[in-house]
Design a protein around this ligand. Structure first.
Ligand code: MN
Ligand code: MN
Length: 301
């Protein structure tokens, strides 16, 4: 490994340690009735205070919402009673990022669902090594879920991770599938089983809402504020996802809304729709970022 690689790896590991700590603190922090925006901001501030930056907005996805919900500015929603809550966190140091998630359960009825997501992740971590087929990993995760009487979400996947890239090109499905793709030693990847009830469809669909965005391409924009905004986004977040909550200093300016719309319509930025389980059934998730090794893996989160 070159010197730069060693440095990069150290940054991946530091981001992972910061997230592991943040995740523990968030598990103890979140309560029924709490404003969701308070949960998001707490997590993002913990990550900053520990010396990293959020790699994406803190996702707080409740019940049938599987992923990609973060509070918009002035969000009034609260954590409902008897809910299950996925908290999905990302942190980076110079773009070297880690990604991890837990499900907090306020409903005894769903404890087995949450436990199943955790067990499926544990099984996957025990199985990963250099040269393993991604299809085999998917089959192992699927079996860990179905053998406990639950159903995997078939259209959400884990992923390889790169510098300033949450999804670096390789998908890691949570179900058996056809592929010749393998994991290699030195790769960083996130494994994230999503689990739902046996009578659910077992897929997510896009909801009409979207609160997470990402820079796509530098474009010449008509509105001067849109141009400034796009420069700021590119400089601050690179190709990592962001939320409007992180654009407060622009939001108070006249014409902000039109500028934001122009960035979207020109495809300078893209939005990530909120994912909901297609039959409205509750979803649990567990996620770790790992470093693939010759004979196993190292959990970084
Ligand atoms: Mn995640
Ligand atoms: Mn992920």
């Amino acid at each position: 490994m070159t010197v730069l690689d060693e440095e990069a790896l150290e940054k991946f590991k530091r981001a992972g340690r910061i997230l592991a700590e943040t995740k523990r603190e968030m598990k103890a922090f979140v309560r029924e009735g709490m404003p969701i925006i308070e949960v998001c901001e707490k997590a993002e501030n913990l990550i900053r205070r520990k010396g990293a930056k959020p790699a994406f907005p803190c996702n707080v996805s409740v019940n049938e919402i599987a992923a990609h919900y973060t509070s918009p500015p002035n969000d009034k929603r609260v954590i409902p009673e008897k809910s299950i809550v996925k908290i999905d966190l990302g942190a980076h140091i110079d773009g070297y990022l880690a990604d991890t998630a837990i499900t907090v359960c306020f409903n005894p009825e769903y404890e087995a669902l949450v436990k199943t997501a955790e067990e499926a992740l544990k099984k996957a971590v025990e199985t990963v090594h250099s040269g393993i087929y991604v299809s085999k990993l998917g089959a192992i995760i699927e079996k860990a879920i179905t053998s406990r009487g639950f159903k995997p979400i078939s259209n959400l996947t884990g992923h390889s991770i790169g510098r300033y890239q949450v999804h670096a090109g390789k998908s890691l499905p949570n179900v058996s599938h056809f592929s010749f793709s393998k994991l290699k030693a030195g790769e960083i990847c996130a494994i994230e089983p999503f689990v739902t009830l046996p009578n659910a469809v077992g897929k997510v669909k896009n909801s009409p809402e979207a609160y997470i965005f990402r820079f796509l391409k530098k474009k010449k924009l008509g509105n001067p504020l849109a141009g400034k905004l796009l420069n700021y986004i590119q400089r601050e977040f690179h190709t990592l996802p962001f939320t409007e909550r992180w654009l407060q200093k622009f939001m108070v300016k006249k014409g902000y809304k039109a500028a934001f719309r122009e960035m979207l319509s020109s495809r300078s930025i893209m939005s990530y729709p909120v994912f909901v389980e297609a039959s409205g059934k509750p979803v649990a998730q567990a996620e770790h970022t790992l470093l693939v090794l010759e004979d196993g893996c190292e959990v970084l989160t």
